[in-house]
Design a protein around this ligand. Structure first.
Ligand SMILES: [Zn+2]
Length: 80
C-alpha cells in the first residue's frame, strides 16, 4: 500500500524505541488514536513503530495483555 510505504519512509525509525534511546527500524505505521476508538487516518495521527512496540501499544490501547507467541529464534509471530 503506497500510503503505508510513504509513512514508513517519512519516519524510518521506531518512535517509541527512539524515545528510549534505541534505534530500531519502523515497520508498522500506527494510529496514535486507534481508528476503532474514533481516531483519524490523517498523517498527524500516525507514528511509525517496530512490530514489538506496535503490539505493545495496541495491547495497551485496547486494555488487555498482549498474547504474543514467539518462534524458535525468539522473534514474535503474529497472532492469527
Ligand atoms: Zn520499537
Amino acid at each position: 500500500m503506497a500510503q503505508r510505504r510513504r509513512r514508513l519512509e517519512a519516519e524510518p525509525l521506531c518512535r517509541r524505541c527512539k524515545e528510549r534511546g534505541i534505534i530500531t527500524a519502523s515497520t508498522v505505521p500506527d494510529h496514535i488514536k486507534p481508528l476503532a476508538l474514533g481516531g483519524s487516518d490523517d498523517d498527524d495521527n500516525i507514528r511509525c513503530l517496530c512490530k514489538p512496540c506496535h503490539d505493545e501499544v495496541t495491547a495497551e490501547q485496547f486494555n488487555h495483555r498482549a498474547t504474543i507467541a514467539t518462534d524458535a529464534e525468539g522473534w514474535p509471530v503474529a497472532r492469527v
